[in-house]
Design a protein. Structure first.
Length: 462
């Protein structure tokens, strides 16, 4: 099995990043019911080679530039294997003493690496969606309405709650509002400037308007590295407003947060130390196998109050010293031993090795942005604070906006169908935008150069 995995990684660049298939074409390749009798492993692995690997989207491919990269490093993969072998459920200290205490160690290692003060504690979750949901549950609890015990429904005395985020904030914030019973209407989308960053004056106005209308603001979500453009909200100015208004500030740095590991590149993060909670995803740009999301907070007691529920069968009666039971901080009871792969990986690379690879990606993105800027037939549509470039083909005066949308979609599709690279898109200012997101552990400059060549070839055909 290890040889099989090693062979896959060694040859992944020779594969098509996205397979040439259509939805619904794979299910008919499999039997309609499970086998009654056991089958030999060789047969299963032959089918794996024939059916699974060729039909996967190859996130490990160095030409994967879509969305935000999630690549698994070698030491991270080995950590996953050991995690599966140990089979820990790190819900209580006693169900996994090492799972619990190694998580405390790794969380603090990461906090220090990010340059955040000791006031921050935290835990590892699966994704930023759950990290942000937990943070907003803490904000809801901190507002003093005791939703954990009394809920929200049928409480005539309770004003409509409000959460604020920019128009560029991730959809997971809206989903958190849906899940927590606040409702989608509770999320107030705040206007952004020409660089897609939240406008502090618009935030203040929105809060004032809601208070005047009898609503109850409880939280602000600011983003460092939005999904569409990787824009950066003015964290320090937003923190001032949050402190003045008595609101919880959650910073979504799921993608870009690891850049704070480079001390000389911390300018976009100024003020995030004043946040009540922060999310950073090691499984995005820290080369950790899915899943691993870091949630840090200065207000762990509020997170605990939002989720703590300890029936008798979960009580620890045979230990004098209290241990941390992480299930009391999350909506789930069962928890994976995520700290092990991070512990192995951080030791194998060292912080310097991780910083060097992140810096390399930043440099490749700047080079790609220069190529776009220097070509009169292309234009960049957003700043490049990190490693994602937003751009489009636009030979001036030769196409309407509608035509540009159609042609850029065709250019991206043509490039993706080569199988050499995989790009994704967004809309910025209602313009179709191609995104070049560089964050794959295995990406080298020649992969970026090839993507640029393919884009120009596709544009020529368009």
């Amino acid at each position: 099995m290890v040889d099989l995995m090693a062979d896959y990684l060694e040859g992944v660049e020779r594969r098509s990043v996205f397979p040439a298939i259509e939805p619904g074409s794979l299910r008919p390749l499999f039997p309609t019911s499970a086998p009654e009798e056991p089958e030999p492993l060789d047969t299963i692995l032959d089918d794996y080679r024939r059916l699974i690997e060729p039909n996967a989207t190859h996130w490990q491919h160095p030409g994967f530039f879509a969305y935000f990269a999630t690549t698994a490093s070698g030491p991270g993969i080995l950590g996953e294997m050991l995690t599966a072998a140990l089979g820990q459920n790190a819900m209580l200290w006693r169900t996994s003493p090492i799972g619990t205490e190694l998580e405390e160690v790794v969380v603090d290692w990461l906090r220090q690496a990010l340059g955040l003060p000791e006031a921050f504690d935290g835990l590892l979750t699966d994704t930023a969606s759950i990290s942000s949901l937990i943070a907003l549950a803490g904000a809801r609890q901190a507002a003093g309405i005791d939703a954990a015990a009394r809920g929200l429904a049928g409480r005539a005395e309770l004003s409509a709650l409000r959460v604020y985020a920019s128009t560029e904030a991730h959809s997971s914030i809206e989903k958190a509002c849906m899940t927590l019973g606040l409702g989608r209407d509770a999320l107030v989308r705040v206007a952004t400037d020409e660089e897609y960053a939240m406008l502090p004056e618009a935030l203040s106005a929105a809060i004032d308007a809601d208070r005047a209308a009898g609503h109850r603001p409880i939280a602000i979500v600011a983003t460092v590295g939005t999904t569409s453009s990787t824009s950066v909200d003015p964290i320090a100015a937003v923190a001032e407003i949050a402190e003045r208004e008595g609101l919880w500030l959650h910073v979504d740095a799921a993608y870009a947060g690891v850049v704070a590991m480079l001390p000389e590149r911390r300018a976009p993060f100024v003020g995030w130390e004043r946040a009540d909670s922060i999310v950073v995803n090691p499984h995005k740009w820290l080369f950790t196998p899915l899943d691993a999301s870091l949630l840090l907070s200065r207000r762990m007691t509020d997170l605990h109050a939002a989720f703590s529920l300890v029936p008798e069968y979960l009580r620890t009666l045979d230990r004098e010293a209290p241990g941390r039971d992480y299930h009391e901080y999350t909506p789930q009871l069962g928890r994976r031993f995520r700290a092990l792969k991070l512990w192995i990986q951080m030791r194998w690379f060292g912080l310097e090795g991780l910083r060097r690879r992140i810096e390399r990606h930043l440099e490749m993105a700047q080079a790609f942005a220069r190529w776009v800027d220097e070509d009169p037939d292309w234009e960049r549509l957003a700043p490049v604070p990190f490693s994602t470039v937003c751009f489009r083909w636009n030979p001036r005066g030769r196409a309407t906006e509608a035509e540009l949308d159609t042609r850029n979609a065709a250019i991206m599709d043509g490039v993706n169908r080569t199988g050499e690279v995989f790009l994704s898109h967004a809309r910025l200012g209602d313009r179709f935008t191609i995104r070049m997101a560089i964050g794959n552990l295995r990406t080298e400059p020649h992969n970026v150069e090839r993507a640029w060549a393919l884009l120009r070839e596709a544009a020529a055909r368009a």
